[in-house]
Write a new protein. Structure first.
Length: 353
C-alpha cells in the first residue's frame, strides 16, 4: 500500500473530517467507559451536562476557553509559517508578569497614569513580554539555524523559575500570609463580567475578536500571504521575493504577543494576581487546539470550546458515574490523533502498489 496525493481534495470531506474524527473518538472512548464499568450513555450525558447543561456550566466552559483560544491562536499562526512555537506556556507567564508589573506593583499607580491609559499599557506590556520571549528563538532559527522547538521548550522552564523567584521576592504580596502569590491588580483594571455572578469575563469577546482579526490578516492581507507562502515552502517563497526572515520575525511577534495577552487576560479576568499554578498547561493545550482546528483561526475558537468542555465536564462526569476524569484527557488526545489521520486521508488516498 502507498499514499497517493489527491489532485483536488474535496471541500466537503475537509469539513466532515474533523466531525467524523471526533465521533470516532467518542466511540473508541466509549470502550474505556465500559471497561471502567459505567454506562456509556449516562457517562457522556453527564459529561455534556457538566460542560453545557446549565448557565453556570456554560460560563465555566467559556471561561476556561478564553486562554485556550489565545494560546491556540499563538500556535496556529506560528505553525502556519513553520515556526514551531512550543513555548506558549512560558510566554503566557511572561505576559502575566508584565501585566502585574504594570497594573499591580505600587497599587497600579507607579506610572501616575489614569486607568484608561494604564489598562491598554498593561495589555501592551504583556504582549511585548510574550513577543520578546519568542523573538530570540525566531532570530536564532533564521540567522543560525537553531531548532526553535528546543529553545522555546526550554524557555518555558526558565520562565517558570523566574516566576517562582519573583513570587518569593520582588512581586510577593506581603498580605498573602507567606503564600507565593503576587500583589493583586487594582479593581479598576480587572475585566468586567459578561454574565453576572459567574466568572465569565469580557476577555472572551477579546479572544474571539482576535481570532477574527487573525483570520482576516491571513486571508486578506499581503502579510498573511507571505506567512502562508513561507509556511508552504520557505525556499520557493524566498525565490519568489517573499521576505522570509522578516515574515518569521512578524510571526514571532504575533504568536508571542497572543500568548502574552493570554496571561494578562487570565490575570485581569479571573485571578487578579499571579501564582505559579495559574496555568494548568494552557500553552501546551494551545498546540493541541491549533492542530484540531487545522491551524484555522476561526476553527481555534470551536476547538478551544470543545477542549474546555471536556475538561470542565469531566469533574461532573466523575462525580455522577464514578468514571475517572482522566478519560477527558484521553478524549482530547485521541481526538487530535483522529483529526490528524482524517486530515491526512482528505489529502491522500491509499493505493495498492
Amino acid at each position: 500500500m502507498r499514499l497517493e496525493k489527491r489532485p483536488t481534495p474535496s471541500k466537503a470531506a475537509m469539513v466532515a473530517a474533523p466531525l467524523g474524527a471526533v465521533l470516532f473518538t467518542l466511540l473508541i472512548s466509549g470502550l474505556l467507559v465500559l471497561w471502567a464499568g459505567a454506562p456509556v450513555g449516562a457517562t457522556y450525558a453527564a459529561l455534556f451536562k457538566g460542560a453545557f447543561g446549565s448557565l453556570f456550566a456554560l460560563s465555566e466552559t467559556l471561561t476556561r476557553a478564553v486562554p485556550l483560544i489565545l494560546t491556540g491562536l499563538a500556535a496556529a499562526v506560528a505553525f502556519r509559517a513553520r515556526l514551531f512555537n512550543i513555548g506558549a506556556e512560558g510566554q503566557l507567564y511572561a505576559g502575566a508578569v508584565a501585566a502585574v508589573a504594570v497594573g499591580g506593583m505600587h497599587g497600579g499607580t507607579g506610572f501616575e497614569l489614569p486607568m484608561y491609559l494604564l489598562f491598554p499599557l498593561m495589555l501592551l506590556a504583556a504582549a511585548l513580554a510574550g513577543a520578546a520571549l519568542l523573538l530570540g528563538p525566531a532570530l536564532m532559527k533564521t540567522r543560525l539555524g537553531v531548532d526553535e522547538v528546543v529553545t522555546t521548550l526550554l524557555l518555558n522552564f526558565v520562565m517558570l523559575l523566574l516566576v517562582a523567584y519573583l513570587l518569593d521576592g520582588p512581586m510577593k504580596d506581603p498580605m498573602a500570609m507567606g503564600w507565593p502569590q503576587s500583589v493583586a491588580l487594582q479593581g479598576d483594571l480587572e475585566l468586567g463580567k459578561l454574565i453576572p455572578q459567574t466568572r465569565l469575563h469580557t476577555g472572551l469577546a477579546v479572544a474571539v475578536g482576535l481570532a477574527v482579526a487573525l483570520w482576516l490578516l491571513l486571508q486578506r492581507t499581503v502579510a498573511g500571504f507571505d506567512i502562508r507562502a513561507a509556511g508552504a515552502n520557505p525556499r520557493a517563497a524566498a525565490f519568489a521575493g517573499v521576505p522570509v526572515t522578516r515574515t518569521v520575525v512578524l510571526v514571532a511577534l504575533l504568536s508571542g504577543g497572543l500568548a502574552g495577552l493570554a496571561g494578562a487576560i487570565e490575570v485581569a479576568g479571573r485571578t487578579s494576581y499571579l501564582t505559579l499554578d495559574m496555568s494548568p498547561g494552557y500553552g501546551y493545550s494551545g498546540i493541541v487546539i491549533a492542530m484540531l482546528a487545522g491551524l484555522h483561526p476561526l476553527g481555534v475558537v470551536a476547538s478551544a470550546i470543545f477542549v474546555a468542555g471536556m475538561l470542565v465536564g469531566a469533574d461532573s462526569m466523575s462525580r455522577a458515574v464514578g468514571v475517572p476524569n482522566a478519560i477527558a484527557d484521553v478524549i482530547v488526545a485521541a481526538s487530535l490523533l483522529s483529526v490528524l489521520v482524517a486530515s491526512l486521508l482528505t489529502q491522500y488516498r491509499l493505493r495498492r502498489k
